[in-house]
Design a protein around this ligand. Structure first.
Ligand SMILES: NC(=O)C1=CN([C@@H]2O[C@H](COP(=O)(O)OP(=O)(O)OC[C@H]3O[C@@H](n4cnc5c(N)ncnc54)[C@H](OP(=O)(O)O)[C@@H]3O)[C@@H](O)[C@H]2O)C=CC1
Ligand SMILES: N[C@@H](CC=O)C(=O)O
Ligand code: NA
Length: 435
C-alpha cells in the first residue's frame, strides 16, 4: 500500500528518537497502521546533525516552511518547540490541509484554542499525545478510555526534570545546579530550563489535561504556577520526618464555582504510590466518578519514550486520515460546541491542607499563641513537630500540618502568626494533598 508521507520538523532529542524508532520498528508499525509511515523530508536548522541522525537517504532542508507547504506531505510532525516559529508552522500546515503531530505543550497550552479551531475548520487532525507525560498514553486515556466518567480531579508528576532533581538531591545529596545539568545532558529539560524548574512546563501540561477532562477552554494564563527553586532543603527533611514526600504536582480539580488549576511543590503521604515515583518518571492520578482512581506511570521525558507517543499519534492519524472528520474523537474530548466557559479559580479560593514552618523564640506560651490564631480561624492541626533549639540558640522551628481550609483563610492566619513578636521572618507555607 502507498506509504503515508511525513515531514519531520526538528531532529533534536525527540525528533531524533522519532526517526530512530520509526526506522527500527518500521515493519511492526506498518502492520498496525495498515501502510508504511515514511519520513520523506526532515527540516532542521542544523543540517549536519540531521545528516548524522538520518544517515542519508532522506531529503533534508533548512526551510521548515517548505515542508508545511509540500503537496507530497500528508502529516507534519512539529518537534521544534516554543510558541514562535512552531505556531506559524503548525498553522501553515493546517491551512495547507495537512495533519499535524506535535509534542509541543507550550504551544498548545498557550495557543491551543486557536490551533484546534483552525484544525476543526479545515477537517484535519492535530495529535499531541507526546505533549503530556511523554510516553504515557494519558491523552488517550482521558479522551477515550475514561469517556464514561465525570472526572473530578487529576494530580500528576508531569515534569521529569524537576522530579529527577528532587529525587537526586534527596537520595544522593547532590546540589540543585549539578542535577539540573545532568537532566539537561540526558535530554529531559526544555530548551529554556526555567520552564521546568519554575513549574511552567508542568502548568502547560496541566492546562491541556484540564481542558480534556472538564470540557473547558485552555486557560494557561489563569493557572497558579510555583516551581521548585524556592524549596528549602530543610522542608524536604521535615516532611520526611512527618511521613510525607514533596513532589512538584500539577493539579486540576473540579469545584462548584470553577476549576482549580495549579502547579506547586506538594506534600504527599509517603505511603502513596505516587509519592514513590522517582527520577525522571512521571505519574498521573485521575479520579473519575465511575471508575474511581486510576494511575498512569511511565517515562515522561527523553528521546525514545517521547518518540513512542509521537509515533502512536502517527499510527492513529494514518488509520483515520480518510475518515469523516465528524466521526473522529474531538481534539479535546468534548464536541467543540459543548465546551463550557468554566473559570479557573484564583489561588485564594483553592481548598487544601498546609504544611507551615515557622522560626520562633524558644520560650513557654509561644505554641499556645500560634494554635490560638489557628483555632480562631477554624483551622485544625493534624500534626505538629517542635524541634529542640540547637545548643546556644534561643530560637527553634515549629512545623504544623493543618486540615483543609480555603487558601484565603490560611493566608490571613499566617499573616497574624507572622505579626507575633515571638515569630521571626516569614512562615513557610507548602500545600498538602492526601490523594
Ligand atoms: N525532550 C523531551 O524529553 C521532551 C520534549 N518535548 C517537546 O518536544 C519538542 C522538541 O523538544 P526537544 O527534541 O527536546 O528539543 P531539541 O532542542 O532537542 O530539538 C529541537 C530541534 O529543532 C531545531 N530547530 C529549531 N528551530 C528550527 C527551525 N526554525 N527550523 C527547523 N529546525 C529548527 C533545533 O535546532 P537547533 O538546536 O540548532 O536550534 C533542534 O535540532 C518541544 O516542544 C518539547 O517541549 C515533549 C516531551 C518530552
Ligand atoms: N522538560 C520536560 C520534557 C517532557 O515533557 C520534562 O522534564 O518533563
Ligand atoms: Na503522553
Amino acid at each position: 500500500m502507498k506509504p503515508i508521507n511525513v515531514g519531520l520538523l526538528g531532529i533534536g532529542t525527540v525528533g531524533g528518537g522519532t526517526f530512530t524508532v520509526l526506522k527500527r520498528n518500521a515493519e511492526e508499525i506498518s502492520r498496525r497502521a495498515g501502510r508504511p509511515i515514511t519520513i520523506t523530508v526532515v527540516a532542521d536548522k542544523n543540517l549536519e546533525l540531521a545528516r548524522q541522525v538520518t544517515g542519508g537517504g532522506v531529503r533534508l532542508t533548512e526551510d521548515a516552511f517548505s515542508v508545511a507547504a509540500d503537496p507530497e506531505i500528508d502529516i507534519v510532525v512539529e518537534l521544534i518547540g516554543g510558541y514562535g516559529v512552531a505556531k506559524e508552522l503548525v498553522l501553515k500546515a493546517i491551512e495547507n490541509g495537512k495533519h499535524v503531530v506535535t509534542a509541543n505543550k507550550a504551544l498548545l497550552a498557550v495557543h491551543g484554542n486557536e490551533i484546534f479551531a483552525a484544525a476543526q475548520k479545515k477537517g484535519v487532525m492535530v495529535a499531541f499525545e507526546a505533549a503530556v507525560a511523554g510516553g504515557i498514553p494519558i491523552i488517550k486515556a482521558l479522551r477515550e478510555g475514561l469517556s464514561a466518567n465525570r472526572i473530578d480531579w487529576i494530580a500528576g508528576i508531569i515534569n521529569g526534570t524537576t522530579n529527577f532533581i528532587l529525587s537526586e538531591m534527596r537520595d544522593k545529596g547532590l546540589s540543585f545546579a549539578e542535577v539540573l545539568k545532568e537532566a539537561q545532558a540526558l535530554g529531559y529539560a526544555e530548551a529554556d530550563p526555567t520552564f521546568d524548574i519554575e513549574g511552567i512546563d508542568a502548568a502547560h501540561k496541566a492546562t491541556i489535561m484540564s481542558a480534556i477532562a472538564f470540557g473547558i477552554p485552555m486557560q494557561f494564563d489563569r493557572a497558579y504556577v510555583e516551581g521548585i527553586t524556592r524549596l528549602d532543603a530543610s522542608d524536604i527533611v521535615y516532611a520526611e520526618q512527618l511521613g510525607y514526600r514533596i513532589k512538584l504536582l500539577g493539579i486540576a480539580r473540579r469545584r462548584e464555582r470553577g476549576v482549580e488549576l495549579r502547579v506547586h511543590p506538594t506534600l504527599i503521604p509517603a505511603r502513596r504510590l505516587i509519592a514513590n515515583v522517582e527520577g525522571a518518571m512521571n505519574a498521573v492520578l485521575v479520579q473519575g466518578d465511575a471508575v474511581g482512581a486510576t494511575l498512569y506511570y511511565g517515562k515522561g521525558a527523553g528521546a525514545e519514550p517521547t518518540a513512542s507517543a509521537v509515533i502512536a499519534d502517527l499510527v492513529d492519524v494514518t488509520r483515520l486520515h480518510t475518515s469523516d472528520p465528524e466521526h473522529r474523537v474531538p481534539h479535546l474530548a468534548f464536541q467543540p460546541d459543548q465546551v463550557r466557559d468554566v473559570p479557573v479559580l484564583p489561588i485564594e479560593d483553592v481548598i487544601t491542607s498546609y504544611y507551615l514552618r515557622m522560626r520562633v523564640d524558644d520560650k513557654p506560651g509561644v505554641l499556645a499563641d500560634i494554635t490560638r490564631i489557628l483555632a480562631d480561624s477554624d483551622i485544625s492541626i493534624e500534626a505538629l513537630l517542635q524541634k529542640e533549639a540547637a545548643e546556644g540558640e534561643s530560637q527553634t522551628d515549629i512545623i504544623m500540618l493543618t486540615h483543609q481550609t480555603v487558601e484565603r483563610n490560611a493566608n490571613a492566619a499566617i499573616a497574624r502568626i507572622e505579626a507575633l513578636p515571638v515569630v521571626s521572618g516569614k512562615v513557610t507555607k507548602l500545600r498538602m494533598e492526601s490523594l
